[in-house]
Structure formats: C-alpha cells, structure tokens
Design a protein around this ligand. Structure first.
Ligand SMILES: Nc1ncnc2c1ncn2[C@@H]1O[C@H](COP(=O)(O)OP(=O)(O)OP(=O)(O)O)[C@@H](O)[C@H]1O
Length: 313
C-alpha cells in the first residue's frame, strides 16, 4: 500500500459560533492528486490552514509524512509547498528575485538554488518575464509566479488553494498541465477548487466538502455511481401526447420524464442503451424527432443529490 502523506482525523475548527470544519477526515497517499471540491465557504481554506498548523484548531489530529504536524514542525514544512488563494509575492522584487527568495527559505546551496529557480521559471512559463516586477504582470502571469514561488524548492507535498480563480483560459491550462507534471515528477498534491471541471480533469481522487464535512470520496466515476441519475436524454419533438409521455416513463430504467417547449427530457438510472430504447419507441410510434443528445451526470449532479444545493456559484 502507498505511504500515507497526510492524515487528518476528526478535525474541528470553530470561529466563535460558526463550525467551519466539522469532524473532517482525510487521508492522502503518496502520488495522489487529491481534489478537495466544495463551494465557497465550505471550509477548504480553513482545513488547509489547519493542516499547515497556521491555524489552531479545536479538536482532532493531523499527521504529515507520518508525524504529528505542529506550528514548529520545520522538518515537515520544508517538504511542503503552498500556493495560497491570494497572491503573496514581493512587489519590490522581480519575478526571478521573488522565486529566488522563496526557494532560498529552504535551499541554502547557491548552485542548487540557481538550478531550481531556473527550473521553476521554465516550469511556470515565465522565461520572458524574469526581470518584470509583479505590478507589470497580468493576473494569469501573477498566479503563475505565485505557483513558481511555492514549488521552486521541489516539495514532496504541494497544497494549492484555488490556484486558477480569475485567470484567463491559457494560464489556467498552463497551471493544470503544470500540476500534472509536478505529480509525474513525484509530488503528492492537494488541490482545492470549486470548479468541478478542473477537479475532474486532473485529480485522481476527489473529496466533496460542504459545511465543513467530508461528504463523499472517490474517483469521479465512483462518485457519479453514488447517485441515482446515470444519464439524461434529451430529444426535440414537435408533438407528444400525454399517453406517449406516460409510455416513455414506463420504459426500463427511466425514473423521470418531462416534455416542455418541444423538448422531451428523460432521466435514467442505470441500464445501458437507454437512448436506443427510447428512439426505438419513438420510431414504433412514428413520432418525428429532431436533435437528440445524451448527457452523463456531472459532479454538480453528485453534489446536488448529496446536499440538495448546487455546487455552481
Ligand atoms: N477568520 C475567520 N473568522 C470568522 N469566520 C471565518 C474566518 N475564516 C473563514 N471563516 C468562515 O468559515 C467558513 C469556511 O471558510 P473557508 O474560507 O475555509 O471556506 P472555503 O471553502 O475555503 O471558501 P473560499 O473558497 O470562499 O475560500 C466560511 O463560512 C467563512 O465565512
């Protein structure tokens, strides 16, 4: 079994009356890209800050690399890279100087540091901007600088807290590809986000978080299998009688139907070839139809079914 890199047990963090993290459990194994997916305010940042021992918590235990994590656990912290939600770089230092500064907190050997800084510049696609001051960088480049500062010292565990919020698509892709590359090179990654598409794209396992709790955990496919909905079929039809709609409702694996604005929507649970069965019925009944499409459930559907509310903002 893979080595356990992070173990959070029964974590509780209160801000006065508000329980921001509520008996939260999380285990992350070596080599994983763990996605912590939850809407704004679900407790992701608070959990990360507790994990780093930057915040005192009310209850629970946290181990990193098999050892208890404490505020002065510098031996553990030097193997952790952190990219916070808010960009934290020095305005008076250039891109190169910023990366060198953060790398220098951990890497004292000058030659090695020069190499690591050069690799981080290359990694973040900042080669054309090394002499720029942060104020001259676009939002996307600034985020990439923030990431380069967090990872230059080649940490074994990297925490990224919503690193793509408000970045352009090009920088977003660059960031996501970069995270995959860091993982390929051996880093274990915890990635918090409220963008389900991103989490699905890069994470090997996903934890769904809401109101400070760990609600579900698995690969995207496993999470989607937890819910009733397996497929939504949509067919454009000019005319459909109530009797025909009832017949569609009675097809195998169908659990909900609606017909509005010339659009038949059919929710299916399990089964295979649901679309073929539906189209065969329409053909038998000589019902003319237009555009047809089938959609698989999204992580938003999973979130909706588990919590009763939407994941999207
Ligand atoms: N310093 C604080 N004092 C009081 N309440 C706080 C504090 N920090 C966070 N909270 C509250 O704790 C809850 C969890 O916040 P947290 O920032 O951890 O969530 P999040 O999932 O990271 O959301 P976001 O993506 O918006 O940062 C929210 O209700 C938030 O308002």
């Amino acid at each position: 079994m893979a080595e356990t890199i992070v173990k959070i047990e029964n974590l509780v963090k209160r801000y006065h009356e508000l329980v921001a993290v509520d008996h939260f459990n999380l285990t992350v194994s070596k080599g994983e890209i763990l996605g912590l997916l939850g809407p704004n305010g679900s407790g992701k940042t608070t959990t990360m800050n507790c994990l780093l021992s930057l915040l005192a918590y009310d209850k629970g235990s946290i181990e990193v690399f098999g050892k208890p994590m404490k505020p002065d656990s510098y031996d553990l912290k030097r193997n952790i890279g952190v990219v916070f939600q808010n960009v934290a770089v020095f305005d008076t230092l250039t891109v190169q100087e910023n990366i060198d500064y953060f790398c220098g907190l951990y890497i004292k050997d000058k030659k090695l540091r020069r190499q690591y800084v050069a690799e981080a510049v290359e990694f973040a696609g900042l080669s054309d901007f090394v002499k720029f001051y942060p104020k001259k960088l676009s939002g996307g480049l600034l985020r990439r600088l923030n990431i380069a500062c967090g990872i230059a010292h080649k940490p074994k565990l990297i925490l990224l807290d919503e690193p793509t919020v408000a970045v352009d698509p090009q920088s977003r892709n660059k960031i996501l590809q970069g995270i995959l590359k860091l993982n390929e090179e051996g880093a274990t990654i915890i990635y918090t986000s409220h963008y389900m598409e991103e989490v699905e794209q890069i994470c090997s396992r996903i934890v769904i978080m809401d109101k400070g709790r760990n609600l579900a955990n698995g690969t995207a496919t496993e999470l989607k299998q937890l819910i009733k909905k397996s497929e939504t079929l949509t067919v454009e039809i000019l005319e459909l009688t109530d009797t025909q709609l009832e017949a569609v409702r009675r097809l195998n694996h169908v659990y909900d139907v609606s017909y509005e604005n010339n659009r038949l929507t059919v929710q299916c649970s399990g089964g295979s070839h649901n679309l073929i069965h539906l189209l065969s019925y329409l053909q038998e009944e000589n019902i003319a139809f237009g555009r047809v499409y089938s959609e698989l459930p999204t992580l938003n559907d999973v979130f909706l079914e588990i919590t009763g509310s939407e994941l999207r903002d």
